[in-house]
Write a protein that binds this ligand. Structure first.
Ligand code: 1OR
Ligand code: 1OR
Length: 414
């Protein structure tokens, strides 16, 4: 005698198990309650659109989805025509039908592809403790910096946790892009194939994010990322990433296109490369006297002044024996000028401090985007760094008097 397994049971339990393993909730029962309640709510919504049931989130399922979306459209029309008793309103779904893009085509923020938009928003329930850790990990992610609160909460809802083990390939070069990753902990190596051989080009050390390029530009993965320690990652699915980040990037391009074109530093970049800079930059606002950079700190960002003035200062001992230090102003930067490149080029701590004079707005690039995108601008930067030393000697007599940093190392780098 055989026992009949109800249709859908296996898939239902599998999806649930995957979520449990991803989220590692402390209170399994509470998690199950949230998970199945949300599933039921989604099913009810989808049922009113004639969609299929038991559908857990299906990021990236573009082809089937187009058929489904067309079906939804025609059924909506019918419903609107026929249905006069019950309020058939689609308030929830209409939120989803805004701007979109489809997986297979090239990046074009102005194109209005509505197919992906009709997929339900992805939600992974989280415990309070997970949400708190997640917010902490996302605080310095520049791609999230300019999101409005609604967009940010959509991101936080959709993100799910992944525990990584040493040696695990998180991303393989040339694969299709599935997720964007935010590092909560762990170290990861970056390899890029150069003439067939894998070359180590950098690493992530317990912070940062990766995997945005394939999702933003619909390209194969540009690098291989391998965990070099046990770690924890937050993963944002492709669909949610594109819905939110691409919309935001289109806004940024409109806002910064003209300004970026005026920056002398970026003249050696192609237009498309300059737009890629815009895609990954963020903006930060500082109030009068606020510190932007602290001398001696480790560096992870590069800045361009959009408005206001930035004062650059250096600390040095008053006399050789003196323990007391004084802060000397060495430069000011105004609109269109950059600072914070030296530590990134020399791989050293910050050589000077930077403070806002009045209210200041800066464009900010993180170190990995800086390394990846500004290679062609390196000559201009190095030439300017070489000037720092001349000015240093003029200002202080001899560069030996500067305690913290040998600026010379910067100008001597190949
Ligand atoms: P992705 O979606 O292409 C691999 O998947 C990810 O590795 C990529 O997004 C970036 O987030 C990340 N060149 C290309 N991708 C890089 C690089 C990189 N570094 C990190 N990623 N370069 C190294 C720059 C430090 C340039 C190497 C020539
Ligand atoms: P950073 O990453 O070291 C501090 O962070 C930034 O101040 C530095 O990059 C430069 O962008 C900027 N010497 C060193 N850093 C300078 C200097 C400078 N001017 C601006 N910065 N000198 C001043 C030359 C006018 C020479 C030393 C007095």
């Amino acid at each position: 005698m055989s026992i009949e397994i109800p249709e859908g049971l296996t898939e239902l339990l599998q999806s649930f198990t995957v979520e449990v393993l991803r989220n590692q909730p402390r209170d399994l029962l509470e998690f199950a309650l949230q998970y199945f309640t949300q599933l039921k709510e989604r099913e009810t919504k989808e049922a009113s659109f004639g969609n299929d049931q038991n559908s857990a989130p299906r990021p990236g399922k573009a082809v089937n989805f187009i058929e489904e979306a067309m079906q939804i459209d025609s059924e909506n029309e019918e419903e609107e025509d026929d249905d006069d008793d019950e309020e058939f309103i689609a308030p929830v779904m209409s939120r989803f039908i805004r701007r979109a893009s489809v997986c297979a085509e090239a990046f074009n923020p102005d194109e209005d592809d509505e197919e992906e938009e009709k997929e339900p928003w992805v939600t992974h329930p989280k415990t309070d403790e997970q949400r708190q850790r997640l917010q902490e990990a996302c605080r310095d992610i520049l791609l999230f910096k300019n999101l409005d609160p609604e967009e940010m909460s959509q991101v936080l809802d959709a993100i799910f946790e992944k525990i990584s083990i040493e040696g695990e390939h998180i991303i393989d070069q040339d694969d299709d892009g599935d997720n964007f990753y935010v590092i909560e902990s762990g170290t990861f190596n970056i390899f890029v194939k150069v003439e067939g051989a894998e070359k180590l080009v950098g690493c992530y050390d317990n912070r940062g994010s990766f995997g945005e390029l394939a999702l933003m530009y619909n390209t194969p993965r540009a690098a291989t990322i391998i965990a070099t320690s046990p770690g924890a990652l937050w993963c944002l699915d492709r669909l949610t990433f594109r819905r939110i980040i691409l919309k935001n990037n289109a806004k940024k391009r409109k806002m910064y296109e003209a300004f970026i074109e005026t920056l002398p530093l970026l003249t050696s970049l192609e237009l498309s490369e300059r737009m890629k800079v815009v895609d990954v930059l963020s903006t930060k606002v500082y109030s009068d006297a606020q510190q932007i950079i602290a001398q001696g700190d480790l560096a992870n960002c590069f800045y361009v002044v959009e408005s206001g003035q930035v004062r650059i200062t250096m600390t040095r001992s008053r006399t050789k024996k003196d323990q007391e230090e004084e802060e000397v102003e060495i430069a000011t930067c105004s609109r269109g000028q950059y600072f914070g490149e030296l530590a990134l080029v020399t791989n050293k701590p910050r050589a000077a401090s930077a403070y806002a004079v009045g209210s200041v707005k800066c464009l900010v690039l993180d170190i990995k985007a800086f390394e990846r995108l500004l290679g062609p601008c390196m000559d201009i930067m190095k030439r300017n760094i070489a000037n720092y030393e001349e000015q240093l000697v003029t200002l202080f007599g001899s560069s030996a008097e500067i305690e913290q940093q040998s600026v010379r190392d910067g100008s001597n780098r190949p």
